[in-house]
Ligand binder design. Structure first.
Ligand code: PMP
Length: 450
């Protein structure tokens, strides 16, 4: 396996005693479940990717440059002036009631009729994935996930020692027949499926959206087989060309836990997301939330609540959609113009991501050091699979760089790919790989694998 960040830093440390302490003293005391908590071997490389000369098509950072900072600043200073002692105090483990009410208005845009009592506010939807997994999964339990799936969720499932079974997707999202097949196979093996984790809209990383006609079919299968659905939907309101799709939760209240987030429609720094869960599950989630954080941040919740009350948040989302559409167009235009033959990609109609398939013989992870040398970064497809698949694919994010930088990034990537194809054509699998360790001397401000 690759070198973890702990090793990398230890090697860089000037004092050997310190690195000894870090490497040796606790290593045999960690809980068994921490074996799944390993830094990706590409993480060191992403420190380099955040250097300004590199065009990063890797991170999924929302582009919040369009947010009206004066409005947000005004809302926050009013909050301090008028409700400071409440905003800076502990609050309810379930979340601020007024915000939970507003969250039901947000979800209504996707056809969901919900009661605020069934909403649990979380520290980003990432924490909701964690809490749901915490209350459902014992080691060895199976979680069904799309192939590929969100790297941050895979990390949670691994940390709780759940086994991920990937289910095929195509251009219309999760394939119902493949889902049925996977359920039957897991059941036949005697293992327990705890839930299906799915990102139906503008998928991270695949960029596809679950077709309307498949939604009912997938709900039918899950209902029949007794499989709970975890619907993760941070991008649902960021469609470019049409109204939001109807959520799975809109048609199935008892068998779906729905996750939402303000990270992409407002700003991730507040760290506010939520889970909408069937009543008994909601109670367990609140207990889990209390043990994890006592309560989600009161200040952030009240700031978001004030923003939603006093600002045209739907107009703001419309602006975000236009900005991301422009960036999507820049990326697709550049791919059409510049990519060598043999590469294929999808055209997402919302969200942040394009999934690029490479010609046979090209390994996206092996190529990454060469790409970073050429000052462009992406996330290799293998990051989005729990089982080592995905080496011939990569995720490209168009959310953050300007359209000009996106085009420049794709131009650099196309150059690297052409060189790589030539190298493989000459040397085959024996072509020399540049070791990732070569980059560990850099220590940028960190990375965003989201
Ligand atoms: N789910 C998906 C599919 C995501 O892409 C992300 C972040 N990129 C999250 C959950 C977590 O987002 P947050 O915690 O900021 O709400």
């Amino acid at each position: 396996m690759g070198v973890t960040i702990v090793h990398a830093r230890a090697v860089m440390d000037a004092t050997p005693e310190r690195s000894q302490t870090r490497l040796d003293t606790f290593v045999d005391r960690y809980a068994a479940r921490t074996a799944g908590m390993t830094a990706s071997e590409i993480r060191a490389l992403f420190a380099v990717a955040s250097r300004p000369e590199v065009v990063s098509l890797a991170g999924g950072m929302p582009n919040i440059s369009g947010l009206p900072l004066d409005v947000v600043g005004g809302a926050i200073s009013d909050l301090i002036a008028n409700q400071g002692p409440i905003a800076m105090q502990y609050g309810s483990g379930q979340g601020v009631p007024e915000l939970r009410e507003q969250i039901t208005d947000v979800m209504r845009l996707e056809g969901i009729e919900a009661h605020p009592d069934d909403v649990v506010v979380t520290v980003g939807s990432q924490q909701a994935v964690d809490l749901v997994t915490r209350i459902f999964c014992d080691p060895g339990d199976v979680v069904l996930c799309e192939a590929p799936s969100y790297v941050g969720a895979l990390g949670v499932f691994k940390a709780y020692q759940a086994d991920v079974v990937h289910v095929e997707m195509d251009a219309e999202g999760l394939v119902p027949a493949a889902l049925q097949q996977a359920i039957t196979a897991v059941q036949a093996s005697g293992r327990r499926i705890k839930f299906l984790y799915t990102i139906p809209n503008f998928h991270n990383p695949a960029g596809v959206t679950l077709a309307a006609h498949r939604r009912a079919e997938i709900l039918d299968i899950c209902r029949r087989e007794g499989v709970l659905v975890l619907e993760d939907n941070p991008y649902g309101l960021l469609g470019f060309d049409r109204e939001p799709m109807r959520a799975l939760r809109a048609d199935e209240a008892d068998g779906v836990i729905y996750l939402g987030s303000f990270s992409k429609t407002f700003a991730p720094g507040f760290r506010v997301g939520w889970a909408l869960a069937p009543h008994p599950v909601r109670e367990k989630l609140v207990l889990a939330q209390e043990s994890a954080t006592l309560c989600p941040p009161q200040f952030s919740q009240m700031a978001i609540s004030a923003y939603l009350s006093n600002h045209d948040w739907q107009g703001q989302i419309k602006q975000f959609r236009e900005m991301y559409r422009e960036r999507r167009d820049a990326m697709i235009g550049a791919l059409d113009d510049l990519m060598p033959a043999g590469c294929t990609w999808n055209v997402p109609d919302g969200g942040f991501y394009v999934w690029l398939n490479l010609p046979a013989g090209i390994d996206a992870k092996a190529m990454l050091p060469r790409a970073v040398t050429a000052r462009v970064a992406y996330v290799p497809g293998t990051a989005f699979f729990a089982d080592g698949f995905g080496s011939r694919a990569m995720r490209l994010s168009f959310c953050y760089p300007t359209p000009e930088r996106i085009r420049e990034g794709v131009r650099r990537l196309a150059g690297v790919l052409e060189a790589e194809m030539e190298l493989r054509a000459t040397f085959g699998a024996a072509a020399p790989d540049r070791p990732l360790q070569a980059y560990q001397g850099y220590d940028g401000p960190g990375t965003d694998l989201s």
